[in-house]
Design a protein around this ligand. Sequence first.
Ligand code: IMP
Length: 425
Amino acid sequence: MPATVVLGTQWGDEGKGKAVDYLADGMDLVVRYQGGNNAGHTIIAEGRLLKLQLIPSGVLYPHITSVIADGVVVDPQVLLDEMTQLSEAGIDPSGLRVSLNAHLIMPYHLELEKVTQRFLGKNALGTTKRGIGPAYADRAARVGIRVQDLYDEAILREKLDVVLWEKNQVLTKIYNRMAMPAERIVEDYLAYAERLRPYVADTGKLIDDALREGRHVMLEGAQGTMLDLDHGTYPFVTSSTPVTGYALASAGVGPHHVDRVVGITKAYVTRVGAGPFPTEDTGEAGEQLGERGHEFGTVTGRKRRCGWFDAAVLRYAARLNGLSELCLTKLDVLSGFPTLQVCTAYRVGGETWDDVPPNQTLFHRAEPVYEELPGWEEDIGEARALEDLPKEAQRYVELLEDLGGVPVTMIGVGPAREQTIVVAG
Ligand code: IMP
């Protein structure tokens, strides 16, 4: 049976939580494949507001097995806190499975990220300070601690001794911080291990078995294409790989299973943290988009930078991810703007670029070329079919489809699950 990949096409915060939650209805497994608790899903389901950072939103459905795959970095304290939050809201998290191969975020990752970002001053990229980058860096340097290491105390102590020798030198000698004693970390992490024991699993085998049994699997990304370590606006990116290819690598399955790649695209664009953002509007329109769209980070509470829709970014995401369809979110936020701008290309030093320029220096200097469209006044929160939308809103959707070359199959017209238009194919 086929697998569906769902991912963000912009700089994250495209409203994936609601879209994933909506799509999860028909799924048996929902697999989170990268990132950590730097992502934040806000989900409103049956009147309940839930903020999840690590656990896939499929957990809301009793029939779904939620999986945290190999490529995710896990802060065990955050994971356990989220499980408690769910239990308190009456949601049973017992279907959750965490990969034995997933890397752990350790206390020194948090400490090091704090001091290094501070040290960078104006060059800091504005990370979420959850230890994500340092954990991925240790994974690549092969000094990471994995979930499975928690179940072999001798190995855990040996690996910690190796890694702490270097981390403590850096913390004390370069950053003038306190050293972190291994004993305390071992004690805390062994306690986490006991609590997590029922949930850890060989998730690669679990996912493959499910696909062979004809069950439906959703591979859910975090952040967005433009924050991808390779394909995003490096170095202003996250330290993992949100694009489709990595969904397979992290889940541990082959590409023949995937038959649907859903790109989540917000009707305008936002970005948190530093880095190029050609359609950013620092004037009144940007302010209004931020206010109407409640554009504050779920994880950090930071105000998001806002701007008009960027079709060059959409085309880029369509190409990189092999998008088969689009889920357009937050269209209702555009109600009330007399005119709307859509970026169709860039001007860079007298040249026109239809695509995201391959060179970061050019992208930093890219000026958007806008097509102006008439806006609409009506509140569209009650629309449930394309025909219920004002003509201008229909025209807006059509333009994005044309410019992106990908059909829109779902449109979000409000935060509630039922405020969704499913476009008949
Ligand atoms: P990190 O992922 O914490 O290392 O942060 C790296 C960059 O990615 C920063 O600019 C963050 O603001 C951004 N980032 C990380 N996660 C998210 C997210 O879920 N939404 C939007 N931006 C994010």
